[in-house]
Design a binder for this molecule. Sequence first.
Ligand code: HMG
Ligand code: MG
Length: 288
Amino acid sequence: MKRIRITEVGPRDGLQNEKAIVPVAAKVAFVEALSAAGCSEIEVTSFVPPKWVPQLADGAQVLRAITRRPGVIYSALVPNERGLEGALACGVDAVAVFAAASEGFSRRNTNGSIDEVLARLAPVIRTAKASGVRVRGYLSCVIACPFDGPIDPSAVARCSARLLDLGIDELDLGDTIGAGTPDSVEAMYAAVASVVDPAATILHLHDTRGAALRCVERALSLGVRSFDSAATGLGGCPYAPGAPGNLATEFLVRALDAGGWHTGIDADAVALAGSQVRAAFDSGQADG
Ligand code: HMG
Ligand code: MG
């Protein structure tokens, strides 16, 4: 069976961008519904300053409250050593650090240049690995930046190499603003392939008018076997103006099922989990 690995990022990348602040209980129910739907990797939350992302200020409470399913990897996004400490104290299985291929987004999203952010991440990656947790390294704006415009694939390759040199276990390439087309994704991978096998990377697509699935199809032809997505296409990025939601997990799973790929995920159950968490902010149960 041809297997594809999907990381469900709705609880983090999805909820970080919603105006409403979803209550802890609804977040916990969301994560538990996702694991029951067959999601085997779930990015649960982030440990960033609450003034940057108030939507996820309760990450520790959520991580402590969820009933964990054996075999499922529960992870958190961390920007610095303080965030890492918070995540480790909650017993995460993996962490994700993040840098950008563009200076404009690096400054707006992480308050530092690319060089400064990579220097900040070096001890985070070292400590995480010494603590025995897996480290994912996101690189944002691999196709285009909301501030700097189109990004040269060679810049993506250079930043990828630097993140890999810092010791990340896996590179996650983010099309933060959903600018990708099959051809631009292929051009990006042509450059990145000089530093890492595409099969060892993860592709993280935000979705503009259905383009993400066409990018997935091209990426599959290039050997990519790991993707990120969010139930019902939740999300965006609060520091990337106009960033569309993530590729919807149920669309991704259905497209992969139709192509004979195996994901282990029940698309209908994921869609239901996403609509239930949306009800928590649509119905006014949320605070924000
Ligand atoms: P900064 O403001 O320069 O940080 O932010 P600082 O070190 O000067 O600290 C400022 C205050 O925050 C201090 O408190 C610190 O103690 C506190 P104060 O003295 O003002 O009371 N602080 C913390 N509190 C809680 N947890 C922490 C923490 N660290 C410091 N971890 C920083 C720099 C990098 C921390 C900030 O810019 C940041 O966290 N940015 C992240 C914003 C974010 O979460 N963006 C969305 C996620 S990235 C994304 O969505 C893209 C992705 O999906 C891939 C893609 O699509 O491409 C991953
Ligand atoms: Mg994202």
